[in-house]
Design a protein around this ligand. Structure first.
Ligand code: NAP
Length: 517
């Protein structure tokens, strides 16, 4: 134990020293986050009483307010149907929702910025007075966040347009899911596109706002170290896992029409895959990066009826245990029979010169043993070992980017166990979690993304062609599954999915990462 502790301590110290060089960080560099000032703006949340608004958007806005990023005169207008409550009552509701959560400093000063406006967006009535309220202050950045079901995106956009609210510096934010297949995504994009230009449209995938995801771009393109190795000659495979411990709970009716492929893979996992696999963009600009991501999506090898059985696994959880308690199966939670998958594993491939032959194993599911999102890039083994067998086995270098629960980056290396006793080797993780090292406050993805919309920076948002390219690939898998008429493989709640998912990777001589090194 003591030896292991010393080893870790020695390695961490050494590694931290090395890291100062690797990352060009020298003592004295100011690590405090810098944000340029913004002008007063309006943020209208359609769906201001909903789950997303209460759990994510308003807490994120509170942080922006505390960071001085909501200058005096900025307004947040929450819109929902008539609940008979006033702005004061809405603020009370927000206060209750937010004060039950971690950090709510500054809440009393933030609340006066909030107003509630009752409006049924599907009705012609009420839009006039809403527009008057919004236009009461002169031209400014106006963000319309559609935190509602996609069914009412069109009436909202139509209403905004016909009341003069889509012009000038207005922008619209739309949430996933953007459709349930290519055709429906195109319909939503067409409908929104009739009233808002592509430059005004921000399609959110909050995974892109995560610190670690951005750090991936910094690691790849800010260092000479990784990029020469970032290809099929040096990388053995990539794993992307997004695991949730929760079941479907009250989201059953929505989820049952969707399933894990539509809900998680088509958006979050594919976006992460793109950032790992894309070519260096010519510049750190929104379109340069999105152009490169699009090329990756277009290079994904098709998975269709000819190969879906070999390259994909669908699963659905049965009763088991989660978080130390017994948990019902999906069908019991839903209250009706269903063939919707709550788990999917895919062996994908990016068919281009850089990646040909490198598997990208994607895995996501509900009722997994831990809540975990990570990207694992495993490098190839050294070609020949010079060490005696007594030194222990050589393991591959791995770059592990963890998105949740704790954002961080670890690089696994072989090291000598210090001290006498000959050459003994151990696989040790060097921790590259800079937020922790420099004691920088963790910024939530929504916080960063809301700030980017206000600033008009679309880099971390999905362009229409990306969304549609993702669907084009996912649709073939969905069609193959539908034609096979096979039920998803059962797995016990609290496990890592069906045994077929283990077999998917193990028949290639690899295993899913367990971070034990
Ligand atoms: P939700 O809790 O059902 O909230 C929907 C909101 O829309 C409510 O405020 C509702 O208010 C309002 N609304 C419904 N019909 C309306 C109408 N005719 N006029 C005006 N307002 C209306 O849904 P949510 O979970 O917040 O999700 C919102 C969107 O974000 C969905 O597209 C969802 O897929 C997406 N999303 C949610 C999450 C999340 O964590 N919740 C995560 C990712 C994406 P009233 O019913 O009171 O009018």
């Amino acid at each position: 134990m003591h030896c292991l502790y010393l080893l870790r301590k020695t390695v961490n110290c050494a590694v931290q020293n090395v890291m100062w060089y690797f990352f060009g960080i020298v003592t004295g560099v100011d690590m405090t986050p810098h944000s340029a000032p913004v002008e007063p703006f309006d943020l209208v949340i359609f769906g201001g009483t909903g789950d997303l608004a209460m759990r994510k958007l308003l807490p994120a806005l509170l942080h922006r307010f505390n960071d001085g990023q909501m200058p005096p005169g900025s307004r947040v207008i929450a819109v929902a149907r008539d609940h008979g409550f006033s702005s004061a009552q809405y603020r009370e509701r927000v206060q209750q929702a937010l004060s039950g959560k971690g950090d709510h400093a500054g809440l009393a000063d933030f609340l006066p910025l909030l107003d509630f406006h009752a409006l049924d967006v599907t009705s012609a009535e009420g839009w006039q007075s809403f527009a008057q309220e919004v236009l009461r202050v002169g031209e400014r950045v106006r963000v319309f966040y559609l935190a509602t079901s996609p069914d009412i995106f069109v009436p909202i956009c139509e209403g905004l347009h016909s009341h003069g609210l889509a012009a000038g510096q207005s922008r619209v934010v739309i949430e996933k899911p953007i459709g349930r297949d290519l055709a429906s995504a195109a319909r939503i994009n067409d409908a929104v596109g009739r009233f808002f230009s592509e430059q005004q449209t921000y399609r959110i995938d909050h995974y892109l706002g995560k610190e670690t995801v951005q750090n991936l771009t910094a690691l790849r393109f800010g260092n000479a170290l990784f990029e020469p190795l970032w290809n099929a000659a040096h990388i053995d495979h990539v794993q992307i896992t997004v695991a949730e411990t929760v079941g479907v709970e009250s989201r059953g009716p929505y989820y049952d029409k969707s399933g894990a492929l539509r809900d998680m893979v088509q958006n979050h996992l594919l976006q992460l895959l793109c950032l790992v696999a894309m070519e260096p963009p010519a510049a750190f600009s929104a379109d340069a990066i999105r152009d490169e991501k699009l090329k990756v999506l277009r290079a994904l090898k098709p998975i269709d009826a000819s190969n879906a059985a070999q390259l994909t696994v669908r699963g659905q959880y049965r009763a088991g245990a989660a978080n130390g308690q017994s948990a019902p199966g999906y069908v019991e939670e839903l209250g009706q029979p269903s063939d919707t998958e709550t788990f999917v594993a895919i062996k994908a491939e990016v068919a281009n010169w850089r990646w040909a032959g490198v598997p990208f194993y994607l895995r996501t599911g509900k009722r997994m043993p831990e809540r975990l999102s990570e990207i694992v890039v495993t490098f190839r083994s050294v070609p020949h070992s010079i060490f005696e067998p007594s030194a222990g086995p050589l393991q591959s270098n791995k770059l592990v980017l963890r998105l949740q629960p704790d954002e961080g980056v670890k690089f696994w290396l072989m090291n000598k166990v210090p001290g006498p006793g000959g050459m003994r080797l151990r696989h040790v993780a060097m921790d590259m979690s800079f937020a922790e090292t420099f004691n920088v406050r963790h910024v939530d993805a929504y916080e960063r993304l809301l700030g980017d919309v206000v600033r008009g920076n679309p880099m971390l948002f999905m362009r229409r062609d990306e969304v549609e390219a993702g669907w084009r690939w996912a649709d073939q898998i969905l069609a193959a599954w539908a034609n096979s008429h096979e039920a998803p493989n059962p797995y016990t709640a609290g496990s890592w999915g069906p045994s077929a998912a283990v077999a998917l990777i193990e028949r290639d001589g690899r295993t899913w990462n367990d971070d034990a090194g």
